[in-house]
Structures are given as structure tokens and as C-alpha cells.
Design a protein around this ligand. Structure first.
Ligand code: ZN
Length: 441
């Protein structure tokens, strides 16, 4: 995993997959989720689970399945003035069906707009209250003349299934790294076509590699999907030793890492380390019980070490939950950078461990071994020398490579490469412990 040199095209690949997912109208259940899982499944060996409506999952119940064929508002001349076929955000997500003609004044009670962002269509849902409605730009609503309008939502709410997709990349160990993305949002590019596409291609990237940990990928509707997964996998959930919820990873903001409820888990240290070296001003924030599915993974009955990774934090950017969160808002270079940050954290949990300095009495003579970059003024050589001095000094059996990287202010990858170099020269030996056992302390 340390090799990230072949990622020049990964941003473009993630972008293309996000663009393919973008037009689909998804919700917490229904064929939009299935179509999305079908597309993701072309990149990884995805298992699709179908859980019947009405299934109890802890304090919740798997809801009915929502499928929509068409929705529009038509004027008296029969012209569509709002058309779901033009944008999936135009319908209140999970609306009950309706077919009624009424005056505009009455219809307005069912129309959602953003007066402060009058060009944009808002994203609105009504999962747990039976309502119908439309979303449109405030300007388009203001331009509608009074009169009679026909409101049609050709949707069905029926007993069916909740669908989610899962893929396990098996490593040497049963211990797992969970990577989870919500699949319930309709045409919103950053939130969360970006996260779905990034994780699908990360799974593909891992599939050909030998890893120490196992990697579980979960593509499930927000809240109810994670709750359903936890209810069905309660006995195995303890295998999750590290985890991330991944969303909004295609914009240029942040990066943002929200710590797990534990606050000091290995994933919290690894992500904080990666972000500090990836950006001048990362947002590393403490856990709070709101946000994405880390809320469920970090509920007290599970308290799993799962944090949240985003670029701009949800709710903080003006495009959030509007039609401006479109394919122009996300960029291949930001997706590639987000991918590199997650793979860097994976490198840490895969390779962290303690080493022992085999020549601990005073400094070993590095120059004699050709290790000391003695050329004055060569900044690169000076940095390499400092890395060697740090690794040798702190490899007393107490400090792990991540401890050393944090204390020295060096990227983990540099410390790891240095440890391997010193090992080749007989100056360092890995402690024959299982570093993963240590992580569980
Ligand atoms: Zn959202």
C-alpha cells in the first residue's frame, strides 16, 4: 500500500464513476439503490443484501420500499413546470403518491425552495412522516402565474426490501477495517456519489493486494442501513478495529476528520497524522453524536473505533444539500487527494510496529555504512539524516513507528522507509510482536 505512485489516474476514475451514479434517484430503499449497487458491483465483488420491510432492527423497523416512476407539476395547458425527469431533487424524497389539481396558493404548502439561494433546488426528505412535496428554485416558483396546477407523484410505497451492498477483502487477520458510505442520497455529487465511487475503487485497488487486516466495505442507506447492518452483525462487530465513514470527498475544502467516540483509537491517531501532513490547516474535530453513520457505529452499545472523513465538513458549504452539489462541484484532483489520504491511513494501520536499535550505545557510525548524506546544504539528505537519527534514537522497544513519526514531525511513510533501510543495514530489527495485538490495548 505504500506505493501511491500509480494513482495519477485514480481521480479521473473516481470522478467518472461518481458521474455515472449522479443522475440516479436514490432513497433509503428502492430500485435507485439497487441500480447504484449494480454499477458499483462492476468494480468489486459486491454482495447485495435484501432485508424485508417490517424487520425489526434494534429500536427501528425496516421501512417500506419507495419506488418512483415520474413526478411533475403541470399548468392548465398541460406543460410541465416542474419535472422530476429533469432533476431527481425536484421531488420530496420518499413522498407518498399524489395526483391532484389545485390552485397555486394551495400547492405552495407542498413546495420547498431556498429563498436565500434562489437559483438552487433544495434536497428534502420525508422518511418517517407521510407527506408529499416538490422542491424547486425560488426564482422558478416566483415566476409561476396564479392558476390551477396538477401535482403528480407517481410513486409507490410498498412492502419490499431495504438493500445494501457489502464486500470483504480478506487479509491475514480477521480483524477488520470498516469503510462505510451512505447510498441514500439522490443527485448530489459530493454527498455522496464521491464517497461511493472512492470506496468502490479503493476496494478494487485492495483486491489484488495482500494485507494484514481484512477490509469491509459497506454501501448502505444512511442511519437505517447502518442500524440494519449492526443488528444483523452484532456478534461480529467486535472484529472492527478501525473504521471510517466516507462522504463529501470530492471538493477542495478541509480535509476534515471527526474522531471516533473513543477519541484516542488508532484510527484517530492515524487520520490526524495523515491530515496534518496532507494540508496546512486540517479540521480535526472531536466526536459529537450527529453527522453520518459513525453515529450508529459509535453508539454506546457498540462504541466502535470509527471516525468520519470528509473534505469540507457537511453543512458548512453553500452547495450542501442543494442542486449546486453537482458534477462541477467535485474535481478529479480532490478525489485523488482524498483517496491518497485514506490509503496513507491504511498504510499506517498495516505497517505500524516497534523496532529495536541493535547498536544503541551511542550513535552508530552511519557514514561508514554509506547511510549518512554528508553533502552540505542538500535539504533532502538532511531530512533523511534526521529521520535516521529519530528512528534510531526512539527504537528502544517502547515507541512504534507512528509514535516516532508524531514526535519527529515526519510523515509516517518517511519513518517506515527509514526503518526498513536501517533494518537492511543491520542496525534495526522489528520486535517480533504482533503489532495488531498492541493496537487493541
Ligand atoms: Zn447528506
Amino acid at each position: 500500500m505504500a506505493d501511491t505512485g500509480s494513482q495519477a489516474g485514480i481521480g479521473g476514475e473516481i470522478y467518472a464513476l461518481a458521474a455515472e451514479l449522479y443522475p440516479i434517484c436514490r432513497s433509503i430503499t428502492g430500485d435507485g439503490v439497487r441500480r447504484t449497487l449494480g454499477i458499483l458491483g462492476r468494480h468489486l465483488d459486491l454482495t447485495v443484501h435484501e432485508v424485508p420491510s417490517g424487520t425489526p432492527v434494534f429500536d427501528w423497523t425496516v421501512p417500506r420500499e419507495w419506488n418512483i416512476r415520474d413526478a411533475y407539476i403541470a399548468n392548465a395547458a398541460g406543460e410541465r413546470v416542474v419535472d422530476f425527469r429533469a432533476h431527481s431533487l425536484h421531488v420530496l424524497n420518499y413522498s407518498v403518491p399524489v395526483r391532484r389539481t389545485m390552485p397555486l396558493a394551495e400547492l405552495k404548502a407542498h413546495i420547498h425552495t431556498l429563498p436565500d439561494q434562489p437559483e438552487l433546488i433544495p434536497y428534502r426528505t420525508s422518511y418517517y412522516a407521510e407527506r408529499w412535496g416538490f422542491c424547486m428554485s425560488h426564482n422558478a416558483l416566483a415566476a409561476l402565474p396564479d392558476g390551477m396546477y396538477e401535482a403528480v407523484i407517481d410513486a409507490a410505497l410498498t412492502d419490499g426490501h431495504l438493500s445494501y451492498g457489502e464486500y470483504l477483502h480478506r487479509g491475514e487477520r480477521e480483524d477488520e477495517f470498516l469503510l462505510s458510505a451512505h447510498i441514500c442520497h439522490p443527485s448530489l455529487a459530493n454527498d455522496n456519489c464521491s464517497g461511493l465511487a472512492l470506496l468502490a475503487l479503493l476496494a478494487k485497488h485492495l483486491a489484488g493486494r495482500k494485507t494484514r487486516l481484512s477490509y469491509r466495505f459497506l454501501f448502505a442507506p444512511g442511519t437505517i442501513g447502518a442500524i440494519t447492518w449492526l443488528a444483523r452483525n452484532e456478534a461480529q462487530a467486535h472484529r472492527i478495529k478501525h473504521g471510517l465513514t466516507v462522504s463529501c470527498v470530492g471538493d477542495g475544502g478541509g480535509p476534515t476528520y471527526k474522531k471516533s467516540r473513543r477519541g484516542n483509537a488508532m484510527i484517530d491517531r492515524a487520520m490526524s497524522h495523515v491530515l496534518r501532513h496532507a494540508a496546512p490547516a486540517p479540521d480535526i474535530i472531536d466526536f459529537f453524536p450527529y453527522g453520518y453513520d459513525e453515529r450508529q457505529y459509535c453508539s454506546p452499545g457498540f462504541n466502535l473505533p470509527v471516525g468520519m472523513f470528509q473534505r469540507s465538513q457537511f453543512g458548512t458549504f453553500p452547495e450542501y444539500h442543494t442542486s449546486a452539489d453537482n458534477l462541477d462541484f467535485i474535481r478529479p484532483e480532490h478525489l485523488a487527494a482524498s483517496f491518497a489520504m485514506i490509503t496513507a491511513a491504511i498504510d499506517i494501520v498495516e505497517h505500524d510496529g516497534r523496532y529495536l536499535n541493535l547498536s544503541p550505545k551511542c550513535e552508530p557510525q552511519l557514514g561508514r555504512r554509506g547511510l549518512y548524506g554528508a553533502i552540505g546544504g542538500d535539504k533532502d539528505a538532511a531530512a533523511k539524516n534526521m529521520a535516521m537519527l529519530w528512528v534510531l534514537n526512539l527504537s528502544d522497544g517502547e515507541h512504534s513507528l507512528l509514535d516516532i513519526a508524531e514526535r519527529a514531525g515526519l510523515p509516517f511513510a518517511v519513518v517506515l522507509a527509514t526503518a526498513r533501510l536501517l533494518e537492511e543495514h543491520g542496525l534495526l530489527a522489528p520486535l517480533r510482536e504482533d503489532p495488531l495485538e498492541r493496537l487493541e490495548l
